[in-house]
Ligand binder design. Structure first.
Ligand code: F6R
Length: 368
């Protein structure tokens, strides 16, 4: 049931304060201020035995693993490899004989390539875990350990609340890994756990930007190409923003690491090319700002998604500004997913596409 919403996708975007809170609640013990992985009684993964982490998924779920890659390296010092399932399964990847953990991420738990990659890893003797939204799915049944996302059923073909639930679960798993490997202090565990617990409230305030983004969408809907740029953990959010826009609005979009701008995509910039910067005021902001100024100097239409400090620092270089609340940099990629979803949604509505059932796409890709 869509209730008062026009589309399931819109309803699911607006459900994210609840869907993330439910997911985070399954991992963060607020009273003890610890992160505990559900379903493993604290012992199933011995993080000290894990020497490498392989994360495998498709599409939006793959972008969740690309964000998590930064988290695992940062808080757990764990070597990570992320892969698209359809690539992984056919290239005879070199896998460690011992100590390898393979982590699969899937909303449906039925994606053919992801399932095949899971079976391949089991055959090779790796320990397997799966972040899945459908608990009765094949991937959930076959993985050694299930790490649930509690997004609830997702109807819109374009993934929204499943993505932020995947990120929430993966953030918690990274914290648990950091504790297990003793790379994360007790204080840091408490801080990151708190940042996660406070996130749903920040998502609520970010959803209040809906009207502002709807107005902006009228402008973006005229474009034929849109570029999304981000750095660090926000690079995969740029990739996800571009994917969301292209799949539901059919506007061609590309996501790039901001630092790659000079290495090619800057040639595309002209006054008709909107460039969306996903850039909170963090340690990398200055770098993004110089990229932003390069785009503005070439009369590109800059949209800056940032916070108060970031928008102040950018002065009048961006043509459009979206101001998010301040948040802990650790959870920022989850929060910054919201405006890119809203932008794609409103551009698609403006273009009059079938938002919940975009052409050529299926909710669950059970054939390769
Ligand atoms: C994009 C989207 C797809 C899925 C991908 C994997 O909005 O929904 O890219 O993320 O097909 O699906 P799951 O997560 O079910 O394995």
């Amino acid at each position: 049931e869509k209730g008062n919403y026009r589309h399931f996708m819109q309803k699911e975007i607006f459900e994210q304060p609840d869907s993330t809170a439910r997911t985070i609640g399954a991992y963060v013990n607020v009273l003890k201020q610890t992160v505990e992985l559900p379903g493993e009684n604290g012992h199933a993964i011995d993080w000290n035995d894990v020497t490498s982490l392989h994360m495998i998924a498709c599409g939006t779920a793959h972008y969740a693993t690309r964000v998590a890659e930064y988290w695992f390296e940062q808080v757990a010092g764990l070597p990570v490899k992320t892969d698209i399932a359809s690539e992984f399964r056919y290239r005879e990847p070199a896998l460690p004989k011992t100590g390898g953990l393979a982590l699969f991420v899937s909303q449906s738990g039925e994606t053919a390539d992801t399932l095949a990659a899971l079976r391949y890893c089991k055959e090779k003797g790796l320990k397997t875990a799966a972040v899945v939204n459908v608990p009765t799915s094949t991937i959930a049944r076959e993985a050694d350990l299930v790490l649930p996302t509690l997004a609830g059923p997702e109807i819109g073909v374009a993934s929204t609340k499943a993505f932020t639930a995947q990120l929430s679960a993966l953030a918690a798993v990274a914290i648990a890994a950091g504790r297990g490997r003793e790379t994360l202090s007790r204080d840091a565990e408490i801080r990151l756990g708190k940042a996660l617990t406070q996130l749903p409230r920040l998502i609520s305030s970010t959803l209040a930007l809906d009207e502002r983004i709807e107005k902006l969408a009228r402008d973006i809907a005229k474009a034929t190409d849109v570029i999304y740029l981000g750095r660090g953990v926000h690079y995969p959010i740029a990739l996800e923003g571009a994917l969301k826009l292209k799949e539901i609005s059919y506007i061609h979009a590309e996501g790039y690491a901001s630092g790659e701008l000079k290495h090619g995509p800057i040639a595309l910039i002209d006054e008709d090319t909107p460039v969306v910067f996903v850039a909170p005021f963090d340690g990398l902001f200055d770098k993004s700002l110089s990229n932003l100024q390069e785009v503005a100097a070439r009369r590109g239409e800059v949209i800056l998604i940032s916070d108060e400090a970031g928008l102040r620092a950018a002065a009048d270089a961006p043509a459009h500004r979206i101001e998010l609340p301040d948040c802990d940099p650790f959870v920022a990629p989850i929060l910054y997913s919201i405006p890119v979803q809203l932008l794609a949604y409103h551009v698609a509505v403006e273009k009059g596409t079938d938002v919940d059932q975009p052409r050529n796409l299926a909710k669950s890709v059970t054939v390769e």
